[in-house]
Ligand binder design. Structure first.
Ligand code: ADP
Ligand code: MG
Length: 140
């Protein structure tokens, strides 16, 4: 098994409810290490570039509005198979469809306000990490 790094974002619905520590506990209990972390308020341009892959989807504007509606916490998670492991811990995009014990099922509000983002592939993880972090900010 390979040690990987993945990009995680704790989204505005979760920072608003002051549950960032609770979410970090899910990661740590799953064996993922938080090797970089910072809290920031995305600009609209950053949100649009980050989610450019969804630019044609009907919910794109609403998604960008939501992602800039409050602060987020961006993080690099490291561990064995970190990308798949994080997607597992996150759960389904729509919290209503999620498995018990996943972050989105336990803490998500709805299909948009689903508390966390996680990279979906090795390539995207590398791109998304580089979008937010210099290599010197990641301390494994
Ligand atoms: P995931 O975050 O599980 O990878 P997607 O990449 O499909 O899901 O979507 C990115 C984000 O867009 C979701 O996490 C969610 O915040 C939002 N989103 C997805 N589908 C919808 C939808 N049908 N309506 C509103 N927002 C959505
Ligand atoms: Mg996605």
């Amino acid at each position: 098994m390979d040690v990987e790094r993945t990009l995680s974002i704790i989204k505005p619905d979760a920072t608003a409810r002051n549950i960032t520590g609770k979410i970090n506990t899910f990661f740590e209990e799953a064996g993922l290490r938080i090797v970089a972390q910072k809290r920031l308020h995305l600009t609209r341009q950053q949100a649009e570039v980050f989610y450019a892959v969804h630019a044609e989807r009907s919910f794109f504007n609403e998604l960008c509005d939501y992602m800039i509606s409050g602060p987020v916490v961006v993080q690099v998670l490291e561990g064995e198979e970190a990308i798949a492991k994080n997607r597992q811990v996150m759960g389904a995009t729509n919290p209503a469809n999620g498995e018990e014990g996943t972050i989105r099922k336990e803490l998500g509000v709805n299909v948009q306000e689903n508390s966390v983002h996680g990279s979906d592939s090795l390539d995207n993880a590398a791109k998304e990490i580089a979008f937010f972090f210099a290599e010197s900010e990641i301390v494994g």
